[in-house]
Design a protein around this ligand. Structure first.
Ligand SMILES: [Mg+2]
Length: 181
């Protein structure tokens, strides 16, 4: 049961994602979370490294789509800056947003990756849809109060997943060291 929360990979940041390996393994679509994945929750400027990463992924042939539980205005502004489609007010982990994203990407679940910083939205939602899930560390510590509460439960699950060997000890240690609260 706990495996439904388990990401396929646990990385420090978007920049650690191995695009070559994903491509070689047949992945063609990527669904990206916005807040604390692409940029800080409270910020509105993308850093140059993130912009370059997105550009590189697109040049390789990946199709990208943003999904976010944030409201339209913010989501579409960031999507426009990156020139990718987006699903706003997504209510992740509900399946609907992921289905919409798959429609936009025109990729099948087994060739699609989800990248996000939250276990209960990005990873749970992606796993329910049979997508390849990558959990990254949040870009910044600042976030919604409700998210902070979920982080405590997330930390407990990360410890359990690590004890069971589903998440490497080093990834768990890095993650738990960063996300206090
Ligand atoms: Mg997020």
């Amino acid at each position: 049961m706990i495996k439904i929360f388990c990401p396929d990979e646990c990385l420090g940041s978007l920049l650690d994602v191995n695009l070559d390996e994903l491509w070689q393994n047949g992945y063609r679509g990527m669904i990206l979370d916005i807040d604390n994945t692409l940029l800080p929750w409270a910020g509105d400027t993308l850093d140059q490294e993130t912009v370059m990463w997105v550009r590189q992924a697109k040049e390789m042939g990946f199709r990208l789509c943003l999904t976010s539980n944030a409201f339209k205005e913010r989501v579409h502004k960031i999507a426009a800056a990156l020139d990718v489609p987006a699903v706003a007010s997504a209510i992740k982990p509900r399946k609907r947003a992921f289905r919409l994203a798959l429609d936009m990407l025109k990729t099948r679940p087994r060739e699609t990756v989800v990248i996000g910083d939250q276990m209960f939205t990005d990873i749970l939602g992606g796993n329910r849809m049979g997508l390849y899930t990558i959990l990254i560390d949040p870009v910044a510590a600042e976030e919604l109060k409700a998210t902070k509460v979920m982080r405590r439960i997330e930390r407990r699950i990360i410890r359990r997943l690590s004890r069971k060997g589903y998440i490497s000890e080093s990834a768990a240690r890095r993650r738990l060291g960063k996300s206090k609260g």
